[in-house]
Design a protein around this ligand. Structure first.
Ligand code: 13P
Length: 249
């Protein structure tokens, strides 16, 4: 059966001291749900966070990586570098990476391959913009984002992939997709997977929702049958709020 996952994407927040403080506060929280918990600090704090949380039930994951194994890519970090400090999961395709750093379906397909080659699990993000939704194109956009970056893979590869639907209009805006909008899209995503890869791949896929998830709305969103967790931005920066969301399952 698929897992429930709540992952905190810290984005470009928290220096080393702030990372230490937040991790201490996270350790003080109690988990009452069955959800897997992850946090994604910035590159500079990954090693420290990984060491601090070695004994704990919180996985430390990366926010990005490059597709090349190594070489002349100033400022970039490779899958094997992440692997060498113990990181086992990477977020790929976040809409902020697509919008501000020109990531495309084609470059993401290469990153996906590099992560899987290095045995790194992927949280693959995608989602439509407001104009797409207003035009009624949200399913077509999401379908092409998923197919272009992932559908060259064999069925086995999907065991190492988690999907994260993040409608761009709901990220950091305070505007959340309604639980029904999230459910409709998640069901569409699962059907898209089933149509190509069969029911087993589709039923075992964890599909997370991201976009202004808060303690106040998490329970209702996570209550939908095809929503298997959340990718949390702003609310992941406060330990109490993050665990209120984790415990919403
Ligand atoms: P917010 O929860 O701040 O809307 O961010 C969502 C997100 O982008 C997580 O990756």
């Amino acid at each position: 059966m698929r897992k429930n996952i709540v992952a905190g994407n810290w984005k470009m927040n928290n220096d080393l001291a702030q990372t230490e403080t937040l991790i201490t506060q996270l350790k003080g929280q109690t988990k009452t749900s069955n959800a897997e918990v992850m946090i994604a600090p910035s590159f500079t704090n990954l090693w420290h966070a990984f060491q601090s949380l070695r004994q704990d039930d919180i996985e430390v994951v990366a926010q990005n990586m490059h597709f090349a194994e190594n070489g002349a890519y100033t400022g970039e970090v490779s899958a094997s570098m992440l692997k060498s400090i113990g990181i086992q999961t990477v977020i790929l395709g976040h809409s902020e990476r697509r919008a501000y750093f020109n990531e495309t379906d084609a470059s993401l397909a290469k990153k996906v391959d590099a992560a899987l080659t290095n045995d790194i699990r992927i949280i693959f993000c995608f989602g439509e913009e407001l104009a797409d939704r207003k035009a009624g194109n949200e399913e077509a956009v999401v379908e092409s984002q998923i197919k272009n970056a992932l559908f060259h893979l064999g069925a086995e590869a999907f065991k190492n992939i988690v999907l994260a639907y993040e409608p761009v209009w709901a990220i950091g805006t305070g505007e959340t997709a309604s639980p029904e909008q999230a459910q409709d899209m998640h069901a569409f995503i699962r059907k898209t997977l089933a149509d190509t890869y069969g029911n087993e791949v589709a039923d075992n896929m964890s599909i997370l929702y991201g976009g202004s998830v808060k303690p106040a709305n998490a329970k209702e969103i996570f209550g939908k049958p095809d929503v298997d967790g959340g990718l949390i931005g702003g609310a992941a920066l406060k330990a109490e709020d993050f665990y209120a969301i984790v415990n919403a399952f």
